[in-house]
Design a protein around this ligand. Sequence first.
Ligand code: NAI
Length: 540
Amino acid sequence: MPPAFHAAARALLSDPLTNKGTAFTEAERDRLGLHGLLPPHVGTLDSQIARRRRVLDGMADDFHRYAFLRELQDSNEVLFHALVQADLPRMLPLVYTPTVGAGCERFSEIWRKPRGLFLSHPNRDRIPDILADPALDRVKVIVVSDGERILGLGDQGAGGMGIPIGKLALYTACAGIHPAEVLPILLDVGTDNAGLRDDPLYVGWRNPRVRGEDYGGFVDSFVSAVTDRWPGVLLQWEDFAGHNAHDLLARYRDRLLSFNDDIQGTAATAVGTLLSAIHRTGASLIDQRIVLFGAGAAGSGVAELLVQALRAEGLDEAAARARIWAVDRDGLILSDMAKLTPPQMRLARHPAEVAGWMRDAEGGLGLLETVRAVRPTVLIGASGQAGSFTEAVVRTMAEGCARPVIFPLSNPVSRAEAHPADVLAWSDGRAIVGTGSPFGVPGVTQVNNVYIFPGVGLGALAAGATRVTDGMFMAAARALGAMGGAGETLLPAIENLRSVALRVAVVVAAAALADGVASAGDEELTEARIAALMWDAAYN
Ligand code: NAI
């Protein structure tokens, strides 16, 4: 065999998009010069899945399973996705939350092969050259992070790359976006995590975070380079710290097809799940008294979508806002507080309202005091503060409400506002509970953004949308809320995520059309036409 031929065969095996491992047939081995490079056994996708499952079963913990799956993804994408797709309930927690948290924290240990792009501040003038790579010609969906607020784990610097990689694996697994069409990107602007900067093994840029105009200019040149290279691309912002998350969304949502999953995806997921819960209690949305704990990116996004949903029920803006109380690190958000973010200002209550309220020992109005005064029917946590839904908070809420809806959404498990089993015990089993991470408690719903973002992305792409509108997220939330789940759970089972994504995509595409941002016509946006766009992991 001439050496050049062997080099091509090796290239085929080392590219995860072309490698089939032992599943290359005899005929392919003849034609492509693969004999000798592969063991003699000719396998199938099914036998490969069975082999990988046996390896996963024998591993000591989920972090090692995560690392193993990452390596598999980098050596054979079809096999990786077929394995994930075949058992979503088991694989989702391994490739995404909660295990991806450890994957980010220990990213420097497990980085092996290039996947996606690291765009670092020192390379800021090279961004267009880096994006020019012809291997990236097919890109349609980008997930980008700067690693500053990874789940509830804070600043993980370059290790934040685990999040775009994980989210895009779910785009493929759930919405059938082809692996060659997705691109994870990490904007490495340094890290303020001194532990990482001092760690000799850290693979990121050892510099304090670039801030202010310099940061803005860097992100701007990134977005311009992206839109020059892929004009219709969908750009999803992920795990930016609260202030940047809001600023970047506001700056770019009217310039390209773009959304922030922490703000808008979480909002649609939480509101969809809440609509399903309310449906179960037989009450109506406008009769709810809603307390939000943690008014950052996720919490304020939920609040704004709730305001929209309440307005759609006939309330005016003021009446809609009057049904929501937001508690943040300094207690109930009041309009006379200093240092409120713009989204928090929109949620602030009038100080006169709290004049007669009972205060805590320091004279403050924390969650317990708010729950005591407001008697909420719904409590949503997006604070990243473990244990903040205390027994007293849950018992007080449950005293005033037959079926309290309680969603401790913070991720990962170690940051949840309460353990769902405790919430159930403290409410005598009456609470309707949803958590961000999976806890394995029967009857508890996992309020995971994976119910929304893959379908939003697929719907936006199918519609040839130029923008992601609020109406598209509201449509996604309503569709999710109408799906329901089995038994006590509020959402469909994880194994049905592909049909969930398709259903969401159909309504999102229709909303894009209704909002005048679609380029495709009505006839292209039927369920069958959108389903036909979804890639299934199989060798061809
Ligand atoms: P963020 O950092 O923007 O917001 C956190 C907010 O909590 C901030 O406003 C902060 O001031 C507030 N906070 C901090 N300490 C507090 C305290 N002691 N009491 C009250 N509030 C306090 O972060 P983001 O993006 O909003 O995420 C928050 C949490 O929500 C994270 O743990 C994240 O994993 C989780 N999350 C869950 C999702 C889901 O379940 N589907 C989706 C997105 C986020």
